[in-house]
Design a protein around this ligand. Structure first.
Ligand code: SF4
Ligand code: SF4
Length: 472
């Protein structure tokens, strides 16, 4: 029985409710009066329900789809301006006891190189990431009780935060590890993590169980209820995501929004971020096994709808997507982007030899961070290395309130300019630097409060003089 307030996975992601939603969407997809009314409702920037959003996803009318794109672009501009927050993934270990059939790290894959970073390796990898200019990492690890216990993850987080190389520092570590206990989430919270990210992969229980035939991840309820345990453990910024291409995308989309509604109903705060990965070719994975892959057009529509249905939630896109696709969906609402990524265990400090490859998926966007930064600026975006919010205690509902009132804009714009300035001073190529300096000059004018603008100008001068880490 559907109940968004229930703590039971099968009640807040009730299969019957998802199916009823899809039927409702099918019945109404050509009801243009309703579609128009929903687009009007979305303009209020208060979001749409999973049922409403599903009607828009099913609607084939080209003119309405364009209206959705235009609105997504506008909401993106209003809430996020032209800023894009940069991050990089860091794979700690690919030892894994699970049997996920779409991932090359599954237990039975005997020919992928198994690796686990030592603390010395982490120092090298993080130094290399700092030398690229990264300030924000998402750490990733397979699930393995003896190779990757929580103590190992905590030690890695400690090491990462402790490395200060030249002007570099990792200021925010987001964590993407397997579903775990409230006690372990509390430990992660105490270690000072940013967002806890866990992809659902698919919300369709039957498919989920088939795709995860062995290992602890097989337990659908334990996995789906992980965010509730994370929040109980004190982590109030959580990141959702599904792996598009595993189940039918309309099912996933409706259920993803139901999950967001559940978090809001129970904890008073929705997801901090939503990721939209699509399945990619990888070692020991048969791409033909998944016939639900989605086209670039559908992918763009999903991104636009996420933007208008959950306007306050950040949207993340990885290097799984090509430069072209990233360029398109950036406009439609993506707020965070990885750059210069390696999806192998190690590989930032030294490239992996061909016979020891350990990557989780093929990277479509192979450009360096500096190339991505330059490209973003040429498209008119401000690459931001800001990590201020959680360091200032702006998390969970406090963060959401600032977002909803629009006040966060007084922090995001100056923080983006100051962290970009740090990047330009410490890491950028000459050409990137020249473009960036001009951009900062132009963008300073867009800081609404004069006092904030003055402080920002002062900080920018101090950054020139070598001082770092200013924030609002
Ligand atoms: Fe392990 Fe995660 Fe890969 Fe599954 S998706 S095999 S849990 S690393
Ligand atoms: Fe994100 Fe907060 Fe920085 Fe804005 S000020 S970019 S919301 S961390």
């Amino acid at each position: 029985m559907y109940n968004p307030k229930s703590l039971k996975a099968e009640e807040f992601i009730d299969n019957e409710e998802v199916l009823a939603t899809l039927a409702y969407a099918d019945e109404n997809k050509n009801n243009l009066e309703l579609v128009d009314a929903l687009i009007e409702k979305a303009k209020l920037r208060k979001g749409l329900t999973h049922r409403e959003a599903s009607v828009l996803l099913a609607c084939p009318d080209e003119e309405r789809i364009q209206k959705i794109y235009t609105l997504a672009e506008q909401i993106k501009k209003d809430f996020y301006g032209n800023r894009i927050v940069m991050f990089a993934p860091l794979y700690l270990s690919n030892y894994c006891v699970n049997g996920c059939i779409y991932c090359p790290y599954h237990l039975k894959n005997k020919h992928i190189a198994r690796k686990k970073l030592t603390q010395e390796d982490i120092v090298k990898e993080v130094t290399a990431l700092q030398d690229m200019g990264h300030k924000r990492l998402a750490i990733e690890a397979g699930e393995h009780p003896t190779m990757n216990p929580i103590e190992y993850i905590l030690e890695c987080i400690d090491t990462i935060y402790s490395i200060k190389h030249k002007n570099g520092a990792i200021r925010r570590v987001n964590v993407n590890i397997a579903a775990t206990t409230v006690e372990n989430y509390r430990k992660l919270k105490d270690a000072g993590i940013g967002t806890y990210i866990l992809f659902q992969e698919t919300y369709h229980k039957e498919s989920y169980e088939k795709l995860h035939p062995t290992g602890p991840k097989h337990d659908y309820a334990y996995h789906t209820e992980a965010m509730d345990r994370a929040m109980e453990g004190g982590i109030d910024d959580v990141g959702l995501g599904v792996l598009f291409g595993l189940e039918l995308y309309r099912y996933e989309f409706a259920a993803l929004l139901m999950h967001a509604e559940h978090l809001e109903a129970v904890h008073g705060v929705g997801p901090h971020t939503i990721s939209v990965p699509r399945i990619k070719r990888a070692d020991d994975i048969d791409p033909n096994a998944f016939d639900n892959s989605i086209s670039d057009e559908v992918f763009a529509k999903i991104c636009a709808l996420v933007r208008i249905c959950v306007p306050y939630t950040g949207m993340i896109i990885s290097t799984r997507e090509s430069k072209e696709v990233r360029g398109k969906v950036l406009r439609l609402g993506v707020s965070q982007l990885s750059g210069g990524s390696r999806t192998s265990v190690g590989g930032y400090d030294e490239p992996e030899p061909d016979d020891e490859r350990s990557e989780q998926f093929d990277v479509s966007d192979q450009r360096t961070l500096d190339e991505v930064v330059k490209w973003l600026m040429e498209l008119g975006y401000i690459p931001s290395f800001c990590t201020a919010c959680y360091r200032e205690g702006r998390t969970g509902d406090r963060f959401m309130q600032l977002c909803k009132s629009g006040q966060i804009q007084n922090c995001c714009q100056p923080n983006a300019l100051m962290t970009l300035k740090e990047y330009l001073m410490d890491y950028a190529a000459e050409e990137t630097k020249a473009i960036g300096e001009k951009l900062i000059e132009a963008e300073l004018k867009k800081i609404p409060k004069e006092k904030v603008r003055e402080i920002c100008i002062d900080h920018l001068e101090k950054i020139e003089e070598g001082i770092r880490d200013f924030r609002f």
